[in-house]
Design a binder for this molecule. Structure first.
Ligand SMILES: *Cc1c(COP(=O)(O)O)cnc(C)c1O
Length: 383
């Protein structure tokens, strides 16, 4: 049996090696490392895949969020609403820009921001909401957009874990990341659409914001050597764009492979849904509002020792991960905002329950059987 990994990028590369090697070699031979034609080609392909008017490629997902926030002309001390149950990048850029992160609890079923708790924290300083489509499941965007419209607040979607997910609107399916004012994504290698280094992108249907973000990502430059606003240097290089162009064409296939693994886990874990003494394993809930793309397959362990299972699996050569062991509001970096006193009971609860199992595009039946028989043994031996 092949070694089990959280994500198997080597097997995935081997399956597309001829086309990737050819594209990368072409860049080496033409030396168009920055802003080569393939960057534009990928940009166009992503635009049409997402059904958005503008895509701005950039250096990574954190930059994408930062540039998005920079484009909104916010003032120091303005407030940005975001979940605490997320990867640190989402919340870090808010503080980095002198803005105040205002943490809102998540829904325990979807792991995403709970819209029913947003309006209570809106003040005259609230300028934006940054929902995170965590683990590949979309936040409740209809509710979030209703609140945004009612209060005149921008929405920036952190789509780093959910690229390719469809959101079911009454008018038809739309891609996550295209519902708010701005969508952001990361092409970090392990993401559902990952490159072979760092990369990111920003998308929008708003021409004014698109122009501004394009400028900000390029030193605030309106034309060469004329700098109108303070910007940064954030580019997607040609080698990454070449890899992404090939992988974007396979994204739906990759998503289906992930969803198949998720269904296998769902079926196997169903037997632990009701155990004695209220102990149980809760499998990921699939919202009927969107198509889950399973960046992670994250279970909740109720009355079962999560850390013991993590260690048991590790001893059997099975990796599993806790995303994330410390929520943002409990991080030292935010103590100046007094955020550790924010009452986020669901976030704190989930932090102690969640465990993400291996899921990727190249998983083999033998590996899934091995993982499940070891989980079953752990439960049988201990409960
Ligand atoms: C990966 C990730 C980011 C940051 O992306 P980088 O490319 O690593 O900077 C931001 N938000 C979420 C939810 C992520 O998963």
């Amino acid at each position: 049996m092949k070694k089990i990994q959280m994500v198997d990028l080597i097997s995935q590369y081997k399956a597309i090696k001829p086309s990737v090697d050819k594209s990368i070699l072409n860049i080496l031979e033409t030396a168009q490392f920055i802003n080569g034609p393939v960057v534009k080609e990928f940009q166009e392909a992503l635009k049409s895949y997402l059904g958005v008017s503008y895509v701005i490629p950039c250096a990574n997902g954190t930059d994408a969020l930062q540039i998005a926030l920079m484009s909104l002309d916010l003032e120091p001390g303005d407030e940005v609403i975001t979940p605490s149950f997320t990867y640190i990048a989402t919340t870090e850029v808010i503080a980095l820009l002198g803005l105040k992160p205002v943490f809102v609890d998540v829904n325990e079923e979807t792991f995403c921001i709970d819209p029913s708790k947003i309006e209570a924290v809106i003040t005259s300083k609230t300028k934006a909401i940054v929902p995170v489509h965590l683990y590949g499941q979309a936040s409740n965007m209809e509710e979030i957009m209703r609140i945004s419209n009612k209060h005149g607040i921008y929405v920036i979607e952190d789509n780093a874990q959910a690229i390719g997910s469809d959101y079911h609107m009454p008018s038809g399916d739309v891609k996550t990341g295209s519902l708010g004012n701005i969508g952001c994504t990361s092409f970090f290698p392990s993401k559902n659409l990952g490159c072979y280094g760092d990369g990111g992108a920003i998308f929008t249907n708003d021409e004014m914001l698109a122009n501004k973000m394009g400028m900000i990502a390029n030193h605030g430059q309106s034309k060469r050597y004329y700098h109108d606003v303070v910007g940064c240097n954030s580019r997607l290089d040609s080698i990454q764009a070449a890899v992404l162009k090939i992988k974007l064409a396979k994204l739906d296939e990759y998503i289906n492979a992930r969803r198949k693994v998720a269904s296998y886990y769902d079926d196997f874990l169903a037997q632990f849904d009701e155990m004695k003494d209220d102990k149980r394993i809760i499998t990921p809930v699939r919202s009927n509002k969107s198509r889950h793309v399973f960046h992670q397959y994250t279970i909740r362990l109720i009355g079962i020792d999560r850390d013991a299972l993590h260690k048991y699996l590790a001893d059997k050569g099975i990796p599993s991960m806790i995303y994330y062991p410390v929520p943002a509001h409990r991080q030292k970096m935010f103590s100046k905002f007094g955020s550790e006193h924010t009452d986020l009971p669901v976030t704190d609860m989930l932090t102690n329950q969640v465990l993400s199992l291996p899921i990727h595009t190249e998983m083999e039946q033998e590996q899934l059987d091995y993982i499940s028989s070891n989980i079953a043994d752990f439960i049988k031996n201990n409960y």
